[in-house]
Write a protein of this length. Structure first.
Length: 78
């Protein structure tokens, strides 16, 4: 019989989001949404053509508005 180990999702969330690098990236993502004029609930996300994790920035040439499905499918490929 196997026992199910429960994950502490709250702890994982807190550890991830308090990391200074993640806070900085979240700020960049929010700035990009404002730059493109996207609103919450519109079904669109900002796609960084070159991902922030790969050294991309928030310049207008690196941003585009795409559907959530398209952006999640792409991931952080370059």
């Amino acid at each position: 019989m196997t026992t199910k180990r429960s994950r502490n999702y709250r702890r994982e969330y807190d550890e991830y989001h308090k990391d200074p690098e993640q806070r900085k990236n979240r700020s960049k993502r929010n700035q990009a949404r404002r730059k493109l004029g996207l609103k919450k609930g519109d079904g669109k996300e900002v796609d960084h053509k070159r991902p922030l994790s790969k050294g991309g920035g928030n310049g207008r040439k690196n941003l585009r508005a795409v559907s959530r499905k398209t952006n999640r499918k792409k991931g952080s490929k370059y």
